[in-house]
Design a protein around this ligand. Structure first.
Ligand code: ZN
Ligand code: ZN
Length: 333
């Protein structure tokens, strides 16, 4: 009798905590599958070295499920490449709105846009970014802010003031974009944690920004296959893929594949797809970029302590690859 009472009491306590206390926000993932894609790449329609068809074919043959061709201020229309689209591969229309402020590059991608958009200029750096974001939103597209450290153009304080933008490049495969910062300027992950800690709900993407599909592949060249996202969706529908990207239902990667990310009220579980005899280390990171805990296990598990603002995971593999799990926020009652 006493044992039953204790069990009942525990169940009631956990039910109460799960229902009314602070807890992790739980994304709805039932019935969703993972789709790998890249949202930033170039063709001969701007400064890439290969035709749109060759570029799309490269990604399709490598097993990517979706691709955004994002040329500078022109619109590579997926309708002209419809023969490549099938149940395994989707082309999502896009463009890299390529503007500047006082000679500093301001590049904003527009995903799932219906036609070419004109790059916007303004009298301030913030205004220039915002006008390009708004231009994409005006046609119901999804913006993402590209390579903030390219030309050391966009600082975190300006990014914090941008409205209606949910996605930020935290890894860009182009060799001249200074992903990790330097000389006192923060890297893009530091910037991301600054924005998250300041209360902004923003998700980190990895992209190729590829220009070079021909000739040698190497670290000094702008080759494809360096950074990508893996998005959860019911199906390979362009609007759903982009909506779920904007809702943070994805992880970003430079090499690590995940089996699953499971969020419960008090724990986060990251299941890594084991590659041959690779070893893994997972950091769980919170406000201020502080490492809250780390795991050498696969599956990596984080237990909520109670004072978190957000928790995100970063998985490192023994070959130098990384996966960035999107931040989990605390449910507000
Ligand atoms: Zn760019
Ligand atoms: Zn680009």
């Amino acid at each position: 009798m006493h044992i039953i009472s204790a069990v009942t009491l525990l169940a009631l306590v956990s039910l109460f905590q799960g229902k009314d206390g602070p807890a992790f926000e739980i994304p709805r993932t039932t019935g969703l599958h993972w789709f790998k894609g890249n949202t930033h790449t170039h063709t001969t329609m701007s400064d890439g070295d290969s035709a749109p068809e060759e570029v799309a074919r490269w990604y399709k043959e490598k097993g990517y499920r979706f691709l955004v061709l994002s040329d500078h201020n022109v619109f590579p229309d997926p309708a002209t490449l419809s023969s490549l689209v099938d149940s395994s591969f989707q082309l999502i229309p896009g463009e890299e709105l390529t503007s500047s402020f006082r000679k500093k590059p301001v590049h904003v991608n527009g995903l799932n846009i219906p036609h070419v958009l004109a790059p916007q200029i303004d009298t301030t750096l913030l205004g220039t970014i915002q006008k390009n974001v708004d231009e994409v939103r005006n046609v119901k597209g999804a913006p993402h802010i590209n390579h903030p450290n390219f030309g050391w153009a966009i600082d975190q304080f300006t990014l914090l003031k941008v409205k209606n933008n949910n996605l930020l490049e935290i890894f860009n495969g182009h060799p001249l974009v200074h992903n990790v910062g330097g000389g006192g300027t923060p890297g893009l992950e530091e910037v991301w944690d600054f924005l998250l800690t300041s209360g902004m709900r923003i998700y980190g993407i990895a992209v190729d920004d590829a220009h070079h599909f021909k000739g040698e592949f190497g670290p000094a060249r702008s080759n494809p296959g360096k950074g990508w996202v893996v998005v959860r969706a019911r199906s390979l529908n362009a609007q759903e893929i982009i909506d779920n990207l904007e809702a943070g239902l994805f992880y970003a990667s430079t090499g690590v594949d995940l089996e699953d990310v499971i969020v419960e009220p008090d724990r986060i579980e990251v299941r890594i797809r084991q590659r041959s005899n690779f070893k893994y280390r997972t950091e769980f990171i919170g406000a201020g970029g502080k490492v809250l805990s780390q795991s050498m296990e696969n599956t990596a598990v984080y237990h909520r302590k109670g004072d978190e603002q957000y928790v995100r995971a970063k998985v490192f593999d023994s070959g130098g690859g990384v996966a960035w799990v999107q931040p989990v926020f605390i449910r507000k009652n």
